[in-house]
Design a protein. Structure first.
Lengths: 355, 307, 307
């Protein structure tokens, strides 16, 4: 099921009549059968978007299409969606089986068939053995799977997950996100999940939609978005440690950092810009114009993080990650070359990428 | 060393409360059991009548309770009040609370309105209800008159037991709603809204949301309210005073609406030889009854309350 | 497509219908709850002729108000004196309750001492026991406090030759503490983080100073709730004052209502005067409620859930 959001807008009006634009004019097409991560910092409008797709929130303006069907005014129960809530919303007084069967009983599926389908779903998500337990007897990861099974049991057209991993501990998170990917693959259902964790979104999504302040920033395959950010926000939000930014200049297409040319762009306009360099974008070389004193060194096994004073501003530092085979001590002066594909230039005012 | 110092300090903090409780709670408790077994207790001499000390009996005082002329009536009235008013007011309160919880506009205002009966004087409102049920000038008969019903004597002289009890039950339900609605409503408001969102997405019909989600999730409050309401109804007394006056019945038919607690005060106010022992015995019977009821209720709710 | 749209329309209509139904239901029951109050006010303003009008008059314009009913009511029964008695009793009983329960709750919540949990469980258990069990002995105690030789031979009676002061003591003494409020306060105290106590200890603050300067201010909402509930309880007290206030003039407001007053020469009730009296008794409570709604409703719902 392809999902299309057309100029989708949600304005919340508080009691004191103050208006907050939670989602601003969103246009996205979500391809059928894909796993889509809706990503952004908290308060960016991603959950609001999800709830509007679910039908639990009414859009202020704009349209939502499932395929060719306009579902903007369709009540949630007629949309054919499954929704997994952030805290799972499992009914505490029902067993796992009763929880999973509940949606089927609502539409009067015969009990025997309902039980069979519930068992099938439980097996799919790997909790087939736990059908007679109550939610409070399950671990967070198991509860999560019950919630997914409950959402899937009525064979929805779309599966929506609201921060599916945020209530799990770090180890379970890794395991569960692979599980979500597997379930999505096996069922082939169009799935949208909301998260604020970029690593989570990038690791399992077929595509990510990055949002900020209610506005869509960029949509694409995770690696493409990471490699070709449209703007400073996207570049900053994706990647850990985050991208380093420096004040710099463009002079006839040359990127100038602290008086050194470190790369080039197509644009020939001379202007002051922000230069972004990913931490892994630094090569240690024998000789270069960019030679900087090392302030601190953090050895982290595979890599070494170098903490270096900002050439523009002594009070600030930035981080470069290099191969640990380089034996570097604090106080050394190291020559760097910048990898061109890890180097970006952004407009100083708008944050837009300058090509 | 430190602990014993602490011990002493703690008892000092407790002393004022403990002294008062000892005098007016613990001692009366044991004294009630004592009195219940004293023979012919004389409240003036504080001894068995005609003796310097006490003589004891086993069940005489209890059997005097059971044989008292109003006993059957008191048990019947109390039982009817318990079995009708409690379920009626709980169900009404539950439906009102759910309705209140589902609306946004006027919720606060209506909540205040429904709470009003809690802050009123049960005698004063009882008198008002008695007048509302007045056979000639009352609102109820006027209303029934619109449907061609002839005036009924609800609470006045010559009122039948059925009529009087109906009026009393309506008043009792009215008076019991406020507390229950408040407790249910705060219970409802503490239920995670996501359960309802989940139910909505799963196309759950309204009735099923109520019976499969709301009621089970509210079951701890329902169990609590059930226990306290039954105990409260078992002790009904001032509502009857309010409606019928100290005679506990319509004019010419005193004690027609006497309750179990009414028996206790009846005996206490008479103050005749042995009356205190009868009152004490009746109070013990009441205590055992409510205690049993609480145990049964707790046992039932353990099985049915989900967490 | 067509199908979905008609579904939507159907759905909206259903929603609207449900909304109308819910509001109708709530307003209907709201009227049922308000009705006695309205009838009380209306009747208290009716003239003797208006009372017996058939069908009953449902509305009066201000120029038709018979305000003399209130004058008659307070002439027949000294309500203002009763109110004074009630207020004095409420003040003393509440101050006593607050002092004893705050001290005891502090010991239970904060201090470690031998037998603490046993004692607390024992106290909670007494909450299950109906008050009727205490009344008998408490009445005996008040009528003859066993302090032989100290005042009079054989004990001191608060009932014989009762003065106003004695009546106040008799009315308040048994109600100077409360297990329920102790429990309620202990819950509030327990929510105060331990670190605060340890910080105070490190700074050399004494326990008593900590209780007074830290715990009491933090638990202020609970204490206010207790004050209001306790005062309201006194206002509604009926049985105990009827037993121990030995002179008519020492009684409390509720006792005035169901006395022999407000009747004509033939002993028939004068309804407009009765309702004026109930309004006089009810109004102060309603005013207090509307002013302190927040504390009362929050307190009652909290004590309901945790009690």
């Amino acid at each position: 099921m392809e999902i299309k959001l057309q100029s989708l807008t949600k304005v919340f009006v508080a009691k004191d009549k103050k208006e907050t634009v939670a989602v601003n004019n969103m246009d996205i097409t979500i391809p059928s059968g894909k796993l889509i991560g809706l990503l952004g910092p908290s308060g960016c409008g991603k959950s609001t978007t999800l709830y509007m797709i679910a039908g639990l929130l009414e859009p202020t303006a704009g349209k939502i299409y499932f395929g060719d069907e306009d579902v903007t005014n369709t009540p949630p129960e007629l949309r054919g969606i499954g929704l997994v809530f952030q805290n799972y919303a499992l009914y505490p007084h029902m067993t796992v089986a009763q929880n999973i069967m509940f949606p089927l009983e609502n539409i009067k599926v015969p009990k025997a068939e309902a039980l069979e389908r519930a068992q099938e779903m439980a097996d799919l998500v790997g909790i087939g053995e736990l059908m007679n337990r109550k939610p409070k007897e399950l671990s967070g990861g198991q509860q999560q799977r019950v919630a997914i099974a409950r959402a899937l049991v009525k064979k929805p057209r779309v599966l929506l997950l609201d921060e599916p991993l945020s209530n799990l501990d770090a180890r379970l998170r890794l395991q569960t996100r692979e599980e979500i990917k597997r379930i999505q693959r096996e069922t082939g259902i169009t799935t949208i999940f909301v998260t604020h964790d970029q690593e989570e979104a990038m690791s399992i999504s077929d595509e990510i939609v990055l949002m900020e302040a209610g506005i869509k920033q960029q949509v694409g395959v995770p690696q493409d978005v990471y490699d070709q950010p449209d703007n400073l926000f996207v570049a900053k939000f994706l990647g850990t440690p985050p991208i380093n930014t420096f004040a710099g200049k463009l002079e006839a297409g040359k990127i100038m950092l602290a008086g050194h040319n470190i790369g080039k762009v197509e644009s020939k306009t001379n202007q002051e810009v922000l230069i972004g360099i990913r931490p892994e974008g630094f090569n240690v070389v024998e000789k270069s114009k960019l030679s900087l004193p090392i302030y601190m060194v953090e050895t982290i096994g595979r890599d070494t993080a170098l903490i270096i004073k900002d050439p523009n501003d002594e009070a600030k530092t930035f981080r470069a990650i290099v191969d640990s085979s380089h034996r570097i001590k604090p106080g050394d002066t190291v020559n760097f070359a910048i990898k061109p594909d890890k180097l970006y230039v952004f407009n100083k005012d708008t944050g837009e990428l300058v090509k | 060393m430190i602990e014993s110092k602490n011990n002493l300090k703690a008892w000092l903090y407790l002393a004022p409360a403990l002294i008062l409780l000892g005098l007016f709670t613990f001692y009366p408790l044991f004294n009630a059991f004592f009195l219940a077994f004293v023979k012919d207790f004389n409240s003036i001499t504080r001894s068995t009548h005609g003796m310097d000390g006490y003589a004891f009996v086993l069940f005489d005082n209890f059997s005097r309770v059971f044989k008292s002329p109003d006993f059957g009536q008191a048990v019947k009235n109390t039982a009817v009040i318990m079995l009708v008013s409690v379920p009626a007011s709980i169900i009404t309160a539950l439906v009102i609370s759910v309705a209140l919880n589902s609306i946004k506009r006027f919720q606060g205002f209506l909540q205040t309105v429904f709470f009003l009966p809690y802050v009123t004087n049960s005698i004063a409102i009882g008198m008002t209800f008695a007048f509302i049920f007045h056979s000639d000038y009352g609102l109820v008969n006027m209303f029934l008159g619109w449907f061609g019903v002839n005036p009924i004597t609800w609470v006045g002289p010559g009122a039948s037991w059925e009529a009087g009890m109906t009026a009393l039950l309506i008043y009792t339900v009215w008076g019991g709603l406020a507390f229950k609605i408040l407790v249910f409503l705060s219970g409802l408001q503490s239920i995670d809204k996501q359960y309802y969102d989940a139910a909505k997405i799963d196309a759950t019909p309204r009735g099923r949301v109520f019976s499969k989600i709301t009621v089970p999730l509210l079951s701890p409050m329902i169990a609590y309210i059930t226990i306290t309401s039954f105990i409260g109804a078992a002790k009904a007394y001032s509502t009857i005073i309010g409606m019928f006056g100290a005679s506990l019945g319509p004019e010419g038919n005193a004690n027609a609406f006497i309750t179990f607690v009414g028996l206790i005060y009846d005996a206490l106010e008479k103050g005749t030889i042995g009356a205190y022992s009868v009152a004490a015995s009746a109070a013990i019977v009441l205590f055992l009854f409510t205690f049993m009821f609480t145990l049964i209720n707790m046992w039932v709710s353990k099985k049915r309350v989900h967490y | 497509m067509e199908n979905v749209n008609s579904n939507n329309k159907n759905y909206r209509n259903k929603e609207l219908m449900a909304k109308i139904l819910v509001y109708t239901f709530l307003i209907g029951f709201g009227l049922f709850v308000i009705l006695p109050f309205y009838w009380m006010v209306l009747t208290s303003l009716k003239s003797a002729e208006a009372i017996i009008a058939k069908p009953p008059i449902l509305w009066l314009w201000p120029n038709e108000w018979e305000l003399s009913n209130f004058k008659d009511a307070i002439t027949a029964v000294p309500y203002f004196r009763f109110m004074l008695n009630t207020v004095v009793v409420a003040i003393f009983a509440t101050i006593g309750t607050i002092i004893t329960t705050v001290l005891a709750a502090f010991a239970f919540a904060r201090l470690e001492f031998k037998g603490r949990d046993t004692l607390f469980m024992f106290m909670l258990a007494t909450m299950m026991i109906p008050g009727e069990m205490y009344v008998i002995t408490n009445y005996m105690t008040i009528s003859k406090i066993p302090l032989s030789g100290l005042f009079v031979d054989g004990g001191y009676s608060l009932l014989a030759n009762q003065t106003w002061g004695m009546s106040i003591i008799a009315l308040t003494l048994p109600f100077m503490t409360s297990v329920f409020y102790m429990f309620f306060l202990r819950q509030s105290f327990k929510q105060i983080p331990n670190e605060l106590y340890y910080a105070a200890k490190v700074d050399g603050t004494t326990d008593f100073k900590y209780l007074l300067k830290i715990m009491v201010p933090i638990a202020k909402p609970t204490i206010i709730t207790i004050t209001i509930l306790n005062a309201m309880g006194t206002w509604n007290a009926y049985i105990w004052p009827r037993l121990v206030a030995n002179k008519e003039i020492f009684r409390l407001v509720t006792n005035g209502l169901r006395g022999a007053a407000h009747v004509d020469e033939l002993g028939r009730p004068i309804f407009e005067e009765q309702m004026a009296a109930t309004l006089i008794v009810t109004l102060p409570l309603l005013i207090v409620f509307l002013l302190l709604k927040k504390y009362i409703m929050r307190g009652v719902s909290r004590s309901g859930i945790k009690g």
